[in-house]
Design a protein around this ligand. Structure first.
Ligand code: 5GP
Ligand code: ZN
Length: 113
């Protein structure tokens, strides 16, 4: 699978892993848009949120749970943070492997588009 996030998940592309378990991997975004900018991805190659099967909805819940955990550990749980999943071209998705952005550490003023 020629997918950069699959390669990060398997370790084929080395990088800093902030959290991992049998279902998900979390690592810093290469171009951080905020002081805290972490990507949380499923190990499974799911191309986008739109391609999520009924069996995988719990996986997204798990991704959110890990975002909350990392926000707490990163000291932004009280100041606040944002979780974002871009889906498809007009949704701003660039990497075609499902990922959740955890953003925080500054006042996020960007609107909803
Ligand atoms: P999207 O726009 O698809 O929701 O977000 C993709 C994100 O992945 C971007 O914020 C981009 O900076 C990040 N990204 C793209 N390639 C890499 C990479 O090779 N390593 C890491 N750590 N982040 C990446
Ligand atoms: Zn992938």
């Amino acid at each position: 699978m020629d997918c950069v996030f699959c390669k990060i998940a398997t370790g084929e592309i080395p990088g800093k892993i902030l959290y991992q378990d049998d279902k998900v991997v979390a690592f810093p975004d290469i171009h951080p848009a905020a002081p805290t900018h972490i990507l949380i991805i499923p190990r499974q190659h799911i191309p986008s949120l739109a391609r999520l099967s009924d069996n995988d909805t719990a996986l997204v819940g798990h991704m959110v749970k890990i975002a909350n955990k990392l926000a707490k550990e990163g000291g932004i749980a009280e100041s606040g943070y944002r979780v974002v999943i871009n889906c498809g071209k007009e949704g701003g998705q660039v990497v075609p492997h499902l990922h959740l952005h955890l953003l925080g550490g500054r006042k996020l003023t960007d609107g909803m588009g």
